[in-house]
Design a protein around this ligand. Sequence first.
Ligand SMILES: Nc1nc2c(ncn2[C@@H]2O[C@H](COP(=O)(O)OP(=O)(O)OP(=O)(O)O)[C@@H](O)[C@H]2O)c(=O)[nH]1
Ligand SMILES: [Mg+2]
Ligand SMILES: [Zn+2]
Length: 278
Amino acid sequence: MSRGRVTSALGATFRVGLGDASEVEVRPLGALRHARQEILVGDWVEVDGGRLISVLPRRNRLLRPRVANVDVVILLTTKKDPPLSDLDVARRLVAITLTGATPLLVLAKADLLSAGQRREFRATYRQAAAVVELSSREGTGLEAIGAAISGHVAVLAGASGVGKSTLFSRLTGQPARTGGLSAAGRGRHTTRWANLVPVAGGYLVDTPGFEALTLEINAPSQLAASFPDWQSLPGCRFGDCSHRTEPDCQVREAVESGRVSRVRYESYLALYREVAEA
Ligand SMILES: Nc1nc2c(ncn2[C@@H]2O[C@H](COP(=O)(O)OP(=O)(O)OP(=O)(O)O)[C@@H](O)[C@H]2O)c(=O)[nH]1
Ligand SMILES: [Mg+2]
Ligand SMILES: [Zn+2]
C-alpha cells in the first residue's frame, strides 16, 4: 500500500502522484463509492493494486476550482492594465486567508510601473503577505514564484486580465486551459475539473480560483483577525475591539504613527462596512 496525491480525475478513474514522481491510475473501492466518499484533486489518498482505498483528512477545500489541500494561493494584482484597487486586493487576501491557505501576493506586469510605484506597493503590503514583483513579459519574479510553489500545491487567483494564464504557461510550459466547458458536461451544473501540473518541485492547479468573490464572514470580528498587518501589535483596551471608534485602540495608534499602512486600514474599514451591512 502506498500514499499519494490525486493529480487528476476522469470520471471514476483517478491519477495519483506518488512521492517518487511516478503516477498510478486507480479506481475507488466499491465501499468508498457506496459511502459517496468525495474524492478531489489534491486529496491525499492510500492506494493499493489499482485501487483507491481511503482518503486522508483534508486541510481545506476550494469550491472553485474544486481542489483539496491547497497550501498557497498566488494572488496576482496589477496597478496598471487593469488598475486594480487596494480594496480589491484586500477582499481577495481575506478570502484566501479564510480558506486556510497562505497567500503569495504578486504585483504583476511590474514592467509597466516605475520603481517608485513598485516601492509604494511593497511598503503597503509588506505586513499583509509575502510580496513578489512579476513581469511574465521580461521573465522577472518567476524564480521567487517557483520557490513558493516548491513542495506545495498552489493555485493562481486574481481579477480578469492580470496575467494568470500568461504566468501559468511561463511556469508550466503548457498553454492555460481556457475554462470552456467540456463537450461531455454542458449545462449549468458543470463541474470544472482541475488538474495538478508539476512545477518547481510542487504542483500548480491548472484552473485559476476565486472568480466569484463573496466573503464568507459571519461576524465582523472575523475580519480583523484576517488582517495580519496588525497581529503583532499589543492588544487594544477591549479584547473585541473593532479598531474603528473604541478608545485606546492600538491599531488606530499604529496607523497614526505609520507602523501600519493607512491604505490597508482604510481597506479594512470599507470591508467592515460591507460585512456589517450584509
Ligand atoms: N506588460 C505586461 N503584460 C502582460 C504581462 N503578463 C500578461 N500580460 C498581458 O495581459 C493580458 C492578459 O493576460 P492573461 O494572462 O490572459 O490574463 P488572465 O489573468 O489569464 O485573464 P483572464 O483569463 O481573463 O482571467 C494579455 O494581453 C497579456 O499579454 C506582463 O508581465 N507584462
Ligand atoms: Mg486566463
Ligand atoms: Zn483596536
